[in-house]
Design a protein. Sequence first.
Length: 134
Amino acid sequence: KIVFGELGQAIQRFTKEVELGKFNDQMEQVVTNAQNQYTAYTKLRAAGLSASQALELTALVAVADERRATYRQERLTIEEKLKSGEITSEQAREQKAQIRASQEQNRATLKTTLQEQKALREQKRLEKQTREQN
């Protein structure tokens, strides 16, 4: 068993407090995300979407939000590495370009999915309208 001196114990307490603070921040974000998803789902249902459509769109937005947070963290990490000299400015530019390319690809995928959902809703609306006319 390792016995820490007074300074070691203080550092250990500080580390635990930082970890607990990060955990609390993460849990607050989880609660906020859940509330936002519920609000979005409720609004989509009120707009006439089926439960499955509303759930799918809400999930897509949640994934997009998570990706944005990841990209933001990746950019911050790149900046930290650049400041510390761990990477060069050229490497930082390349890494940021990769992040932007990934973001664009994800935006295109989300846009396509939303367009497909819109087309599906329109098709179902027309089918319903046809059934009601017959």
